[in-house]
Design a protein around this ligand. Structure first.
Ligand SMILES: [Zn+2]
Length: 497
């Protein structure tokens, strides 16, 4: 059985989760579920990043200790992931003792290799980005990434010899064309590396809220956070688990943290003599009214509110259907509502509801026999659904959903054209069987995207038990058992105003 290791970035605990976080998490969850349905041995890691000066500042302004703030925010993330049905295997917090131990061990390992030296950091630091800003990149004392005021820093620090890996990084990226995704990001990264890499300070002397090492140095929060991908599968403490899953097959990141993941992270791994991840993919941002989602700008949409009104699957669907993964998307309530009513309530919900109603009124609520069925076109279309697995693996989620909805559309059209309500019982039976079986296959391929909905469709078709076992490895037509009792129920996606 082949393995599949997926990671999300660890979310910083200075802020509550918003739809941007939900986006990354849902995208990773869809891939994890899909790979499991293909029979792979999947490990899906997520968690929270809890150290750093920004957390220390945020907690003191709330009259909390940094750990109290971290506990509170980590719990919020966990609760939201539960509501969104995120199937992670491990939720890692960087304040866990095992992670802290690993970070100290990696520090020593890199030190022994000769990749660390003691020096003095003299330059600027952006607390908001938790990043060192070389004076050449400062724009009138402002951070080039977030535009906030950077503070001047002069402190002793341990430096990681990042500059040593410049040529290695360039040749690795050249030889591994899938390493950086989407493809258009590659140039941005290689230009940055060609501009010259400077050694990276990986300790802070002025920040106590971090993993403390000798002589009162704490580990720089980004170095600490990146190592979560190693400690998540017990690097240096459980060789069996680590060897089973390393390296990551896909790592999801936001486009704002590309440099940390495409430059610093591979250099650390190279220093540790570890194989590099297969793919590091940066998705776009959700913007509201043209602005990046941020608490200070008041552009925050609460995922909890959307879930309580529309259900978790509606949010999962919208996030992945609305924009190609990798590009930016604009969130607005009217756009969400339109998408919900047209695709979920109208196309999918209505197809299920009217099929079940016809079965209830004309077939005593039972799946009819498929005998005499001659409609090869709908069958052929439905059996093309496994084609979407390629789209999912290429992280083209919207393409996969569009394809599923083409089948939903074809089934609705088929039902309209055949008009089984005008046919004799004998002629109507196979028509409804074909639509029911199409619905079963649609539900099967919705398993990774809309886990609650796909289960509900199976329950309504009366096949909840066997459906649980159905996966992507063997996709067949005709598994819907004639004679099975259906359950009509209320529409699964009621229309909303
Ligand atoms: Zn900044």
């Amino acid at each position: 059985m082949s393995k599949f290791y997926i990671t999300t970035p660890l979310y910083y605990v200075n802020d509550s989760p918003h739809i941007g976080h939900a986006y990354t998490e849902v995208a990773a969850d869809v891939l994890a579920r899909s790979e499991r349905l293909l029979g792979k041995d999947v490990f899906f890691l997520t968690g929270t990043d809890e150290h750093g000066q920004k957390i220390a500042a945020a907690s003191s302004s709330l009259n909390l200790s940094p750990k109290e703030l971290a506990d509170r925010t980590a719990a919020r993330f966990q609760k939201l992931w539960e509501k969104l049905n995120i199937s992670y295997d491990r939720f890692l917090r960087t304040t866990e003792a095992s992670h802290e131990k690993l970070v100290r061990e990696v520090f020593d390992k890199i030190h022994q290799k000769g990749d660390l030296y003691l020096g003095t950091y003299k330059g600027s630091y952006c607390i908001s980005c938790e990043s060192y800003v070389p004076s050449s990149q400062l724009k009138e004392n402002l951070c080039p990434d977030c535009g906030r005021k950077a503070s001047f820093l002069e402190e002793p620090a341990y430096f990681f010899r990042l500059s040593k890996y410049q040529e290695f990084l360039l040749s690795y990226i050249r030889e591994n064309p899938d390493f950086i995704g989407p493809k258009f990001r590659e140039k941005e990264v290689t230009n940055f590396i060609r501009g010259g890499l400077t050694d990276l300070s990986i300790t802070r002397a002025g920040c106590q809220w971090g993993i403390l090492i000798k002589e009162n140095f704490s580990i720089y929060v980004w170095f600490d956070a990146l190592l979560n991908y190693l400690s998540g599968i017990n690097y240096l403490s459980d060789a069996k688990l680590f060897e089973r899953y390393w390296p990551p097959d896909v790592q999801f990141i936001g486009k704002d943290i590309i440099r940390f993941h495409d430059v610093i992270w591979p250099a650390i791994l190279f220093s540790l003599s570890l194989p590099l991840p297969g793919r590091i993919f940066a998705h776009g941002w959700w913007v509201i009214g043209g602005e990046k989602i941020s608490k200070s700008k008041g552009t925050v949409v609460s995922p909890e509110e959307i879930i309580s009104e529309f259900g978790a699957d509606s949010l999962r669907y919208f996030l992945l259907r609305e924009v190609p993964f990798g590009l930016d998307g604009e969130y607005s309530s009217p756009v969400f509502l339109k998408r919900y009513n047209s695709d979920l309530a109208n196309d999918l919900g209505n197809l299920l509801h009217r099929s079940l109603s016809l079965l209830e009124t004309s077939f005593e609520g039972k799946i009819p026999s498929s005998c005499g069925s001659s409609d090869e076109k709908l069958k052929e279309k439905s059996l093309s659904l496994p084609g979407i697995i390629k789209s999912i693996e290429a992280l083209k989620y919207n393409e996969a959903l569009i394809k599923i909805w083409e089948i939903v559309g074809a089934a609705n059209k088929y039902l309209d054209e055949k008009s089984p309500w005008r046919l004799s019982q004998k002629e109507a039976g196979p028509v409804l069987y074909n639509v029911g079986e199409t619905l079963r296959l649609v539900a099967l391929f919705l398993k990774p995207f809309l886990p609650e909905t796909s289960k509900k469709i199976a329950q309504r078709l009366g096949i909840a038990g066997e459906f649980e076992e159905q996966n992507f490895r063997e996709v067949k037509w005709g598994l819907l058992p004639p004679g099975r009792r259906i359950k009509k129920g209320e529409p699964i996606f009621p229309r909303k105003k």
